[in-house]
Design a protein around this ligand. Sequence first.
Ligand code: NDP
Ligand code: 2IT
Length: 442
Amino acid sequence: MSYIQDVKSTVAARNAGQPEFLQAVNEVLDTIRPVIESDPAYERNAILERITEPDRQIIFRVPWTDDSGKMRVNRGFRVQFNNAIGPYKGGLRLHPSVNLSIIKFLGFEQIFKNSLTGLPIGGGKGGSDFDPKGKSDREIRAFCQSFMTELARHIGADTDVPAGDIGVGGREIGFMYGQYKRIKNLYEGVLTGKGIAYGGSLARTEATGYGLVYIVENMLNAHGKSFKGKTAVISGSGNVAIYACQKAQALGAKVVALSDSNGWIYDKNGIDLDVVRQIKEVERGRIKEYADRVKSAEYHDSGKVWQVKCDIALPCATQNEISGDDAALLIKNGVFAVGEGANMPSTPEAIEAFQKAGVLFMPAKAANAGGVSVSALEMSQNSLRLGWTFEEVDERLKGIMKGIFDKTSEAAQKYATPTDYVSGANIAGFVKVAEAMIAQGV
Ligand code: NDP
Ligand code: 2IT
């Protein structure tokens, strides 16, 4: 059996019942084959066995009290996956679907994404099966304080620096930061995505969505195309979706659809983002309300945004949200570019369909790396005890996304085919981490 096949079997046996984690591992191992086979040092140093096994996995009880006085218990996670090139870095997800498989797939992918940014950050991820929907501010605070009471002993500005992800934005980071400071008596950059008043970076809120559009624009330009005048469809209506929509519109695209977990909206005139932001960022409401407020819009509570005809699709909600059938529908309707704002939003069948059809496909590890990049810039500003302007951070973000596009396409050209950005991103991300691991010994 080949080295890669051998490791895949061991990982599958050791992590039975973790489909998302195995999906992420199999994709990476399958695509880095040309590099692994080109140098026996990877096998000699057991790089694949080591990179697929987290440094540590922390699982803990999170007790809190709801508004009726009832005690509740959730499960908290922090998986510190790999710190070969920097402190563990990655978001915290609060969603009822969270389990070890999901946190491990996210932490594993974060290793390669963070490497691609060119910044000194390792890979980690955490979260809880706590459902923030419908909770009061007090309940959110009680949960966040309890979560941090345990997490605080495992993290630190030079050890592990969490941030936001699904269900974790500025409000939650604020409550967690306050609790960390109280417990440790340390004012340090232990979390990113902080408020501007207490050490946050300008443009962090916008960074993932903007970065996604910047790198997709790089990819389109490389093929003589651009966002200008194109029709785009975006899934989700959270942090990533909102700022992807804003930047795509700024570059001249018409965004006609957005969604949440209850349904989706189609606005033939193009999405009015002020209305979306009022509903989502201010009122914490549902996307359905957009159709109550904007006459040109329709709301659908069945089907998916992928049935809307578009040139460019930007999945920005969650994993495995584009099935093989969804991809076939997008292709039939003429989509020519897909950029993954969410983590692992396309199933393996969807990726295969896009690549076979010649759709330009930018995978998550490259496409959504803008968020963690600006998080790393937030860490730099915290270390310097300085704050850069919005324009300065945004310019750096543009440069970082261009750098990621260049590295990804160079590796694709060298080891796969010129537009196989999936292989390109996995290989470019992997090589740097593996080199650091080999240099540092077992
Ligand atoms: P938010 O919580 O701000 O928004 C998530 C959006 O996706 C909401 O509209 C939500 O709908 C929808 N969604 C979430 N889960 C599901 C589900 N199971 N089924 C259908 N819809 C769902 O999260 P973000 O915008 O921050 O994150 C979106 C994606 O981007 C995630 O995959 C995340 O990992 C990834 N990402 C985020 C980064 C960041 O900086 N925030 C950085 C890089 C990647 P509803 O409100 O109904 O739940
Ligand atoms: O998936 C991701 O890259 C994030 N949720 C952001 C991580 C971070 O540390 O900013």
